[in-house]
Design a protein around this ligand. Structure first.
Ligand SMILES: Nc1ncnc2c1ncn2[C@@H]1O[C@H](COP(=O)(O)OP(=O)(O)OP(=O)(O)O)[C@@H](O)[C@H]1O
Ligand SMILES: [Mg+2]
Length: 477
């Protein structure tokens, strides 16, 4: 049996107190009593909404090998006679186990931050590094004070490449996370207005992202977006910290991993990457220039860590856009079909522009229309009105003639769009959903996007529920 951790090593790393008859080791780590797999350790951390200690019995019932619980909560948990490691603070114990994991690891460690594209780039790295070795990467967007230690503690001892997503919405958040990760390579995808309400300016966002440099291993590498306004600032900051290996990607003539050419269709794209005097053709199984930009960064990392470039490029061809991040659905309506671009995962001004470009690149058929279904971008603070009304610029430039809106902030966009655009505004997501369901016609292309908190996933779910998938064997009339 190969254990993720032997119980002995866990106890030593966490300075825990063993309780009951403990197993020899654990096969994994979970903080969710519903999805825990038999043989895994359950860490009873206090999450965003609930305290894991309240779910200890459920975790055991679902096959947990042992529980990690806090000394203070022990009395309240009743007469549990299950195997436990008792610690003072469960989250801190997870952090200590994470540090021990980093300590034992021989892997090349990559950390990815940025205002958008972290998960996309992280998943791309998982995909392109897999042919070269054993990859361990964060689940979903597990990028915060519990996501990072959890991902570290979960990293198997024989991992070749560890890929970590690192997020923040306040200054000072990245510093302790990257101190745990100690990356060999730190990537900043791009700097854009996200969580702007918590910052004074874009520069302040860039400074907060630059905290990632501080945890870099000696001799480590940073990878920066050469096309981003904040490049010079980030470059200087990295230099001032004595970092010697500063790489860049982008279209810029001086980018080390350079986008020589981009050719996109609605379903996929091809880019030509110039790297070390050589130009490589790269087919990507997903559309969008923003995806190509993330691919430049990912392939740059492949080069830096010495992984197999040819196999990495091969892998990109099979990459598919993910749920909520550009995933496409072709759905049946009557004898025809329409297209849904699911961008419902999240939104900020940068990803809105990327998604509008995706819509622009998609051709409606027959009497179909290009329709942007948009909801509020949250956490924009005093900039809220401006960033919403400014969306008129990319919408008009892309020639989008149908814009359907809801949300308090989107009222500003409604006001800034000219009469030539057909605008529908509904009071809430439910009313907008009803309108979408009633108004779709064959040939339409919808792009649906808002911040996560607005819940546009419901519009996508309602469309998928009402309209069955269209198969190519069906005849389009
Ligand atoms: N380089 C990019 N530029 C602009 N938009 C992008 C870029 N990469 C991804 N996006 C879009 O941004 C949205 C979020 O992407 P992704 O989940 O990769 O970002 P993230 O940084 O992980 O976000 P979060 O902070 O919510 O975890 C998606 O709509 C995606 O298509
Ligand atoms: Mg993410």
């Amino acid at each position: 049996m190969s254990w993720l951790w032997t119980t002995e090593d866990m106890i030593a790393a966490m300075a825990g107190r063993p309780f009951g008859t403990l197993p020899e080791g654990i096969t994994g780590i979970s903080i969710d009593s519903r999805s825990i797999a038999p043989g895994e350790a359950f860490f009873a951390i206090k999450g965003d909404r609930v305290d894991g200690h309240d779910y200890a019995s459920m975790a055991m019932a679902n096959g947990a090998a042992l529980l990690v619980v806090s000394e203070a909560r022990l009395p309240a948990m009743g007469r549990l006679t299950v195997p436990m490691i008792v610690v003072e603070d469960v989250l801190a114990a997870l952090g200590r186990l994470g540090l021990a994991s980093r300590e034992r690891s021989q892997a090349r460690i990559i950390a990815v931050t940025g205002s958008v594209g972290k998960t996309t780039t992280k998943e791309m790295l998982r995909h392109v590094l897999s042919p070269s070795g054993k990859v361990h990467a964060s689940v979903a967007s597990f990028n915060n004070h519990w996501g990072v230690p959890l991902t570290l503690a979960r990293m198997p001892g024989d991992t070749d490449y560890g890929v970590f997503e690192v997020g923040m919405n306040h200054p000072g958040e990245i510093r302790p996370l990257v101190a745990m990760i100690r990356p060999d390579v730190a990537v900043i995808t791009t700097i854009a207005p996200a969580h702007l309400g918590n910052f004074k300016s874009i520069k302040e966002i860039a400074a907060a992202k630059a905290e990632i440099f501080e945890g870099l291993e000696p001799g480590g590498h940073v990878v920066l977006n050469r096309d981003n306004d904040q490049f010079n600032f980030l470059d200087r900051t990295a230099q001032s910290l004595g970092i010697q290996h500063i790489h860049s990607f982008g279209q810029h003539a001086k980018a080390e991993f350079r986008l020589a050419e981009f050719n996109g269709s609605d379903e996929n794209s091809t880019l030509w990457l110039t790297i070390g005097g050589e130009t490589l053709e790269v087919a990507i199984g997903a559309p969008g220039r923003h995806i190509a930009e993330n691919a430049l960064a990912a392939l740059g990392v492949v080069r830096i860590v010495g992984a197999d470039m040819e196999k990495a490029i091969e892998a990109l061809a099979t990459l598919k856009p993910e749920k909520g991040r550009g995933k496409r659905h072709r759905l049946s309506i009557g004898n025809g079909s329409f297209t849904l671009i699911d961008e419902s995962y999240n939104a900020n001004p940068a990803s809105m522009r990327a998604a509008i470009a995706l819509l622009a690149a998609s051709e409606p058929t027959g009497r179909g229309r290009r329709i942007a279904v948009l909801g509020d971008m949250l956490e924009m603070g005093e900039y809220a009105q401006k960033v919403h009304s400014d969306l008129a610029v990319p919408l008009l430039a892309a020639g989008i003639e149908h814009v359907w809106l809801t949300g308090a902030e989107m009222a500003a966009l409604k006001e800034s769009l000219p009469e030539s655009v057909h605008v529908e505004y509904r009071e809430n997501t439910r009313e907008l959903t009803d309108y979408v369901l009633d108004s779709v016609v064959p040939g339409d292309v919808f792009m649906v996007k808002s911040s996560l908190g607005i819940g546009f996933g419901k519009i996508v779910a309602a469309l998928l529920d009402k309209f069955p998938p269209f198969s190519d064997t069906q005849r389009e009339l």
